[in-house]
Design a protein around this ligand. Structure first.
Ligand code: 9MR
Ligand code: 9MR
Length: 870
């Protein structure tokens, strides 16, 4: 029996029980005079959200009513339904359920209040004989159980004929006034529960009534006092509406474990001071992607048996996808094999726009290792560093992981010979929303391709272009496939520049609509330019308003606003822009970073995000981290420590220095989120399932309260409190690939900082001279000169740099040169090991290339230290 059949059989039995068990008028408590409304958007004035359907052919608002069409001849009433989740029921309290209903031509509609997951225990139900003439049904009953997340389903299946069913003015009033929800915020001293880097900033926030400075003590695990001082009163923090003080104990730099901060009679959660805090977070955050993979069995030997599961969506029943997927009716007449990729989030949908930014950030995590002085050419991200099936294949594992999604994104491209060839379908997902929990292999919904969109096409163009340059050293055929797809997509997007995904196409999957794709055009042009060096992309990117516009919003960037991705890459990936242009672009990154630092200074919790409700939105943790990525990039560009400090402080917020005293990353910190909304990691609903794996980031506080659970629980919350670690709250507490990709990038940066010691002044300067391409363009000759600008004699040297694309050293002189991937390592010969202060050595090489941009390397290190370019 498939899980959904099991669920429906139980539901049928429960319905009968509920009809017998519930009767009106036996209230145990006096109903309040004005009983509260529990249903959200019951008059559908706000579209169809948060309503959903299953087993129907369509769901939408028509003339102000919520209407669904249902196929005739479904075996059971419960084979199709329209529903609302997260209704709070209080045992013994009285409720009135009311709704207007029509059915055309006419049939039974049963409203069932039930447990929202297996065994779908029924609490109450009522059946209406619905006709084309609207009738109002209203019943009063007493709830038999407590349930914070009850589900209301209108069962609309089982008629012999197809039906159109419409609902209006759905209402569930009743319940005693609820106790206001008071989250457990633990000790009033808020710290980064994971810890602090020895040489980095160390800040904490204290919630207190006190208005005068208070003494603080940093304590060892033994209780011994390691440092002390006084707090800085900060007044009422607008984001949390609490009176707070801050503490800066940065001056204490000694590594230790289990430290605490004591202030105002409270002791913080324990934390470490260590230079290796983030090494494991880097791999945990990246490991999330393997566990989210579609179309492959997850291997328990790699990630632990609790996360092992069969492959999802390979057309093994009851799955209906993803190897031969039709379009939504009327959208196309072909079918595509779109297997693979990652599940986007807590749902089983796969969306090209969000897959785009997530893939970009994994690829960028890798690309940074070629251009950032602290990233050491990627040893920590190399082959064999992650627990993925492709480990030990000679390709860095983070690239293997990104490729899993890249292959899916390429499959979403409309094949040649079809209308809109070269564009990418916006998304593929279930026709109807499924319930929670649900393992991918158990999903029996029809999967459909949604119309191609310009935004999706440009996401494909951008990341396929990145793919082309980054995979070139490892897999020429794949890199070329990416390069061709990128160009084809870009051309198709230019021919179809305004095909927007519909904001109302959101049943069974997220809409991911976006009606401004100028930023996607800019990003794609940048990536294509960086990869190919071709003038046509340079012309386009230069003409974009985003090339000179302010792309670094104070509230961060995310999937709908990607101009920042282009700007960051122009600033960091070597390219042929004129020096003055590069200077301007890099200055725009540092200017944005300065703004974020100023914001960090204003926020008592030290995050780079303003404190108003508009700054706390769906997935805001991703935007907060993306602002830290701008700070980190500013550090990579300038090596100015204040930018690194800003990135560290942002992580403090994510890992516990916040009003809820919670780490938003599963498994990290004393008190961490663990019930994120996910069909796979449904432990809160089914204890036999795991929680999300360590390293899973929650979306975070969302003052707009966009799911019914958060809305009923958190009404009136101050912005930073608008979060609940409950699986029902998808608008505050989901996992998603684009948030985890941001976390992975930042964790990797922080891991690279080690102790965060003072940045050493360079003791070398290099000149990298490319003498130009040979005739026929098959290669080039280059020379590197290293000058010792320090005061000590260098005795033996190893220089490193990386090519941007496919270049391969063929032969070298005056150094012993080897190459791994794009990274070139040059060691001195016996005769030129010594470089006196002020002296120089030079080596040269011939390299072959199949084409593409071939700018001078942006970073050369000597004996591990970054050299100044000269
Ligand atoms: O699980 C879905 C989550 O991934 C989405 O972010 C969210 C908004 O689109 O919707 C969730 O699905 C819910 C649906 O919208 C309404 N019915 C219940 C679904 C699960 O809670
Ligand atoms: O991250 C998305 C957020 O920016 C939107 O406001 C929200 C509502 O449209 O959707 C979020 O994305 C969800 C997607 O629609 C469906 N899969 C889960 C995503 C994360 O919640």
């Amino acid at each position: 029996m498939t899980p959904s059949r099991r669920r429906l059989a139980v539901l049928a039995a429960a319905t009968t029980v509920a009809l017998v068990g519930a009767s009106a008028g036996t209230a145990f408590a006096d109903p309040p005079a004005d009983p509260p409304e529990q249903i959200r958007n019951g008059d559908f004035s706000d579209g169809s959200s948060p309503w959903f359907s299953y087993g129907t052919n369509s769901l939408g608002v028509v003339d102000g009513q919520l209407c669904a069409t249902v196929t005739g001849g479904l075996a059971n009433p419960w084979d199709a339904g329209i529903g609302h989740d997260a209704l709070p029921l209080i045992a013994g309290a009285e409720y009135t359920l009311g709704f207007d209903v029509t059915a055309t031509p006419g049939g039974a509609v049963t409203a069932v209040l039930q447990l929202g997951s297996e065994p779908y225990t029924g609490y109450y139900s009522v059946t209406a004989a619905a006709t084309p003439t609207q009738q109002r049904v209203e019943r009063t009953f007493v709830a038999p159980n407590d349930d914070d997340r009850a589900q209301l389903i209108f069962q609309v299946g089982g008629s012999a004929e197809a039906q159109t069913i419409c609902l209006d003015n759905v209402s569930l009033r009743g319940g005693n006034p609820r106790e206001p929800y008071v989250p457990d915020t633990g000790p009033r001293v808020r710290v980064n529960q994971v810890g602090y880097l020895p040489g980095g900033p160390k800040n904490a926030t204290i919630v207190t009534e006190a208005t005068e400075a208070l003494p603080w003590q940093l304590q060892a695990a033994s209780g011994a006092v390691l440092a002390q001082g006084t707090t800085t009163p900060r007044g009422i923090d607008p984001a949390s509406a609490e009176n707070v003080h801050s503490v800066d104990f940065s001056a204490y730099r000694t590594p230790g474990r289990g430290l605490t901060l004591a202030v105002d009679g409270e002791i913080s959660h324990p934390f470490d001071i260590s230079g290796t805090l983030y090494d494991q977070l880097r791999s945990d955050a990246l490991q999330f992607f393997y566990i989210q993979r579609s179309g492959i069995a997850i291997d328990g030997d790699l990630v632990g048996e609790e996360y092992a599961r069969p492959a999802g969506h390979l057309d093994v029943p009851p799955n209906q996808g993803d190897t031969d997927v039709p379009c939504q009716p009327g959208v196309c007449d072909y079918r595509l094999d779109v297997r693979g990729g990652w599940y986007d989030a807590g749902d089983h949908g796969k969306y090209v726009v969000n897959g785009g930014i997530a893939t970009y950030q994994l690829l960028s995590t890798f690309e940074r290792t070629k251009n950032a002085a602290t990233a050491g050419f990627g040893a920590a991200l190399g082959d064999g560093t992650l627990r993925v099936p492709e480990r030990d294949n000679g390709v860095p594992d983070v690239l293997d992981e990104a490729r899993w999604e890249l292959e899916f994104l390429l499959r979403m491209q409309v094949p040649a010979g079809n209308p809109l060839a070269g564009m990418a379908h916006h998304k593929i997902h279930d026709r109807n929303w499924t319930g929670l929990p649900l393992q991918p292999e158990d999903d029996d919904e029809l999967r459909e391709l949604h119309p191609p969109s310009t935004a999706a096409t440009l996401n494909l163009a951008a990341v396929a272009a990145q793919c082309a340059r980054l995979f070139a050293p490892y897999d020429t055929a794949f890199a070329q496939r990416c390069g061709t797809a990128a160009k084809t997509a870009y051309t198709a997007a230019k021919a179809n520049p305004t095909r927007y995904a519909s904001p109302t196409d959101g049943n069974g999957g997220g809409a991911y609509s976006d009606d401004d794709v100028t930023d996607e055009f800019y990003w794609a042009a940048v990536e294509l330019y960086l990869t190919t060096g071709e003038r046509t992309y340079l012309t386009d990117l230069t003409a974009s308003p985003h090339h000179t516009g302010d792309v670094f919003d104070v509230r961060g960037f995310a999937w709908p606003s990607v101009a920042a991705l282009g700007r960051l890459d122009l600033a960091t990936v070597p390219n042929g822009l004129p020096a003055a242009e590069l200077t301007r672009i890099r200055a725009s990154v540092t200017a944005a970073a300065d703004d974020y630092l100023a914001e960090i200074g204003r926020q008592a919790y030290g995050l780079p995000m303003p404190g108003d409700p508009g700054s706390y939105f769906w997935g805001g943790n991703g935007n907060v981290i993306n602002n830290a990525i701008v700070l980190a990039t500013a550090f990579d560009l300038t090596r100015e420590e204040r930018y690194r400090d800003g990135a560290v402080q942002t992580m403090d917020y994510i890992l516990g220095r916040n009003a809820l005293n919670i780490s938003y990353v599963t498994g990290w910190g004393e008190h961490a989120a663990k019930n994120q909304h996910s069909r796979i990691f449904g432990n809160q609903l089914d204890p036999s399932l795991p929680n999300p794996p360590a390293g899973s980031l929650a979306g975070g506080p969302n003052a707009a309260l966009q799911d019914p659970f958060a809305e009923q629980l958190l009404a009136g919350c101050a912005p930073m409190f608008c979060y609940v670690d409950d699986i029902a709250s998808y608008a505050t507490n989901e996992v998603a690939i684009n948030w985890n990709s941001a976390l992975a990038w930042l964790a990797s940066f922080l891991a690279d900082q080690g102790d965060a010691a003072a940045v050493p002044a360079p003791t070398c300067a290099v000149t990298y001279t490319n003498y130009g391409h040979w005739q026929g363009g098959t290669g080039f000759t280059a020379q590197v000169t290293i000058r010792n600008t320090g005061t000590a004699t260098v005795n033996g040297w190893t220089a490193r740099f990386a090519f941007t694309g496919d270049a391969k050293v063929r032969e070298a002189w005056m150094a012993d040169v080897t190459q791994s991937g794009a990274t070139v390592t040059a060691k001195n010969e016996s005769y030129n090991a010594r470089i006196n202060p002020g002296g120089t050595v030079t080596f040269g090489f011939n390299a072959t290339t199949g084409g593409g941009a071939n700018p001078s390397s942006g970073l050369v290190t000597v004996n591990g230290g970054a050299c100044a370019a000269s």
